[in-house]
Design a protein around this ligand. Sequence first.
Ligand code: NAI
Length: 507
Amino acid sequence: VHPTAARRPHAITVRSENTLYTDDHITAKFFNRGAEVDGANGQFNITPTVQLMMIGVGGNNGTTLCATILANRHNIIWHTKAGVQQPNYIGSLLRASTVRIGTEPVFGKEVHVPVSDVLPMVYPNDLVLGGWDISGVPMDKAMERAQVLGYDLQRQVAPHMALLGKPLPSIYYPDFIAANQEARADNVIPETDKAAHLEHSRANIKKFKKDNELDRTVVFWIANTERYSDIIPGVNDTADNLLASIKSSHSEVSPSTLFAVAAILEGEPFVNGAPQNTFVPGAIELAERHHSFIGGDDLKSGQTKLKSVLAEFLVNASIEPLSIASYNHLGNNDGHNLSAERQFRSKEVSKSTVVHDMVDTNRLLYKAPEIGPKGAPVGKGEHPTTLSDSKRAIDEYYSEIFCGGRSIINIFNETPSSPHPSSWILTILTELLTRVQYRKVTPNAADQKEFAPLYSAFSLLSCILKAPLVKPCTEVVNRQRNALEGFLKACIGLEGSSDLLLETRIW
Ligand code: NAI
């Protein structure tokens, strides 16, 4: 690199024996550590002993997820007005996307393999399904109520759904979800105090695990969005205070936090697919104390995913988004619940953080730390029931370009709300991460002797979560697919290969 064009102090200096700075040149030695791949014939199989227990299993996401897995498992083929449709896992980052693991030895052609081949993972068809819902409608009828899947698929998958029976009774505190959900709540745990609710849900997890002879039970909140819990010193700020508050049935302990505590105490991972602050500080401390695993918050696969992708594109193209304004409306029960003020607020908070990390990467555009695009304000959506599960979203990106010019990108997004595979992706990934262990090897005597599990909060799940839970004092990064790819490859000893492709650029 010849730096004479702009002689100024180097903003960064690499301290390495491979990098040399002089007045005229920066000379770097680079080891291109791409891997050579001979063709992968190997197959991994692992025993299917994973249970997915969903809280809110009778809702649109829960029933759609179960029906899709059952359609794949039983190879149900159905008719639509466009013709014959086969079941598949399109849209699943783990089942339908690939990763580059190296180049062929002779011609240097890139080799891409399915993500699911990098490490042994559970196959979604093999997940044992179950869960809780405050609505006691049996699963086949709940699928019908959701109005997501086509008639012919519903007709054929219904007998399999019926075998899942009625969801387990659940914990219902009317103060936490919208008042408009009350009519649904006909399947609630009879006990009234919170300690009994905790014991009840722990017993459910234990029994399911035992009945199905399972190694792992992933507990997943896909129930309605709750209001935020107030963080109150002495109530939910530490693990001990939270446990004491459950004992005394304190009003600020939400159903989702109770389920999280149940899973943590049972040593099973808990994932929060909705936006509320289930993981109050006391819950995080409890997970750390028990070396249990937690992940959240709020599924991300549509409008918000596009927002983080587009923000990355704009900022990396040195275009400065000044504001991102969003609006959405949807017709399903989720939309109904979110039409209430306090529940909508939870969603608004989780949606507003998805571009902050991109702003932080570019202080040329955003000069002061507090300046950034107005954090994706979300216009409050109406709830037109005629739209059923259909979701409409409008986003306007208003950006500054060269010499004060302005660019406006408007995106109108129309999609069914519920057929998205985030829940099983997160389940499979969660299960996989519970099996990863590491040992630090350093040149000095401080080597870690035993292998240890990963840190309690699985930040790698964040590739499909809006408001990722990360280790305290670490940054949220919204460009997480690379992180996941790099992590999976590191687990098999491959260095994260970049797009350098040096061999294509030199003699
Ligand atoms: P839904 O309203 O169809 O289903 C939620 C289910 O949870 C209902 O069956 C309800 O009876 C049940 N429920 C409520 N409180 C409960 C409790 N305490 N215990 C057990 N069950 C309870 O909603 P949908 O569309 O399935 O969404 C589920 C959650 O996922 C919502 O919180 C939503 O905000 C979140 N989410 C959904 C996305 C999507 O569908 N595209 C994207 C991001 C997040």
